[in-house]
Structures are given as C-alpha cells and as structure tokens.
Design a protein around this ligand. Sequence first.
Ligand SMILES: C[S@@+](CC[C@H](N)C(=O)[O-])C[C@H]1O[C@@H](n2cnc3c(N)ncnc32)[C@H](O)[C@@H]1O
Length: 275
Amino acid sequence: MSGFDKDWLALREPVDSKARNSDLLSRLGGHLLQSRPNPGEGGRALVDIGCGTGSTYRSLMRALPEEITSSLHWSLLDYDPLLLAEAERRIGKANDTLVYQQHDLNDLDGLDLDGTAFVTASALFDLCSEAFCRRFRDHLVKSRCGLYAALNYDGRTHWSIEHPLDQIAVQDFNRHQRTDKGFGPALGPDATAILQQLFSEAGYQVVTGESPWEMRADDARLQRAFLEGFRQPLTEIGSLDPRELDTWLAFRIDAISAPESLCVVGHTDLLALPL
Ligand SMILES: C[S@@+](CC[C@H](N)C(=O)[O-])C[C@H]1O[C@@H](n2cnc3c(N)ncnc32)[C@H](O)[C@@H]1O
C-alpha cells in the first residue's frame, strides 16, 4: 500500500541502526530519564510514526538503558496494514506496553498525543512537505511533546570509485526526492533544516547530528537495491538518456564488489526538546 517494501526496510535496518547518531541517542535517553512517567500511562509514552516494520522500536530498545526501556509504553503507527502486520510478526502481539495503530498521518487531528513524552520517526520527514511539518509541529507543541526524527536523507551521496555521471545522477535523484510522496511537495534533503527552524521558532531546544550510511562490499545487497531505486526517478527526471543511465548503473553495480569501494549516503538525525 505505501510502496515501502518490507524486504527493502529489512535490508536497510542494520545500516540504519549503525548510522544513528549516538550522541543524540544518549541525549534522548537522558531526557526520557528526567521526564516524569505519565501516571495515566504508568510509564513514558512514545509514538513511533511511519513505523514500517518497527526498526526505530528495535533500535531504541537496544540502544537505551534498561532503566528507561522498562518504563516505555510504545504506540507503533503506520498507514500500511502490511507493514504493521510484519511489525507485529517480528515484535509480538500488542500488550500493556505496546500497541499498533493504523492511521494516516495526514489526519493529524486524529493523532492523540496526550501524555506522550516523545514522537519518534526514522526515514520519514524527507517524504513530508513543509506545510505538513508546520502542522505537525503545531500539533506536538499543544502536548509539549518532544521529537526524535532520525535518518533524514541530506542530499549527499558519494562513491569512492567515481564515475563522470555520478554528480548528475545524484542531482536528478535529489530533484525527484522533492516530488509529492503523499504529504505535498516533499522536503527531501531540506527536511532536517526545516524541522530545526520550525521547532526552534516554537521555543524547543533542537540538536542535530550526522548519521551517514557507509556501505562497503559486504553491504552488496543493500547497495544494489539502493542503486536499482535510482532507475525510476532518473528516468522520470530525464537528464540522462536511457543508454547513459544503463551505462552508469552497470558501472555502479559492478564497482560494488571492489574491496576498496565505499558508498556514503548522508543522513541527519534531529532531537527537538520542549523547554
Ligand atoms: C522509509 S519508510 C521508514 C519506515 C521505518 N520508520 C524505518 O525506518 O524502517 C516510511 C514509512 O512511512 C510510512 N508512511 C508514509 N506515508 C504515511 C502516512 N501518510 N501515514 C502514515 N504512515 C506513512 C510508510 O508506510 C513507511 O512505513
């Protein structure tokens, strides 16, 4: 339904997990520790939006100290029933401290954040428009809720083994990132900067940190899938003719197995803390 395939999400999860900015994770932990548990919930409530199959849940439950994870109450939210079903298959049935919620984020009024300490999200805000982010920010402000928004693509993709068409391919890919992904014209590489501005304007303390993917020869399956994901956007934008595109993709796929090859895809994490 969403166009995000569970196998693609599974391929990227280990690299996402390694990439997450550790400073921001420890700040998030520190802030959760200071925040008083919500008596209504009997714990600290987190809502993970655009949860997919639960990658953020798994990463945070691994990265945060037990003293915090044992007090967390999670709501995993997505509009795609297939991804929610896969999340449930991998994590387990809903219980007192974990619920699954099928909800379209475009309906922000229907997103109940009362008593929620933090909204979390990964690989989501680059799909969103500025207008959506502004409405979303206003919604969080009403509940004095914090935001952890990880793995927003920042527009920088580099290969250590270069090809003359790399720059134009990345430019076209980035242009396509700004097309509508269901929330209006997407922010693409500007997502973190816009979130930072919006939440700072609302008086939040905002911290950002880099979380680049670093893919080598042993990430061959992810690299190949990532490159195959260039074909449709580059065809739609059209700066490269089909022969150039085929040549470029064939070169890039061939270069994956070179022992010295490294592909870096820039991402940024953001933490917005209500003061
Ligand atoms: C790139 S995936 C990231 C999934 C997960 N956070 C992760 O890091 O693996 C984006 C997720 O946002 C969800 N999504 C996209 N538009 C949505 C909407 N309007 N309402 C709710 N979820 C949405 C998709 O179904 C998908 O699970």
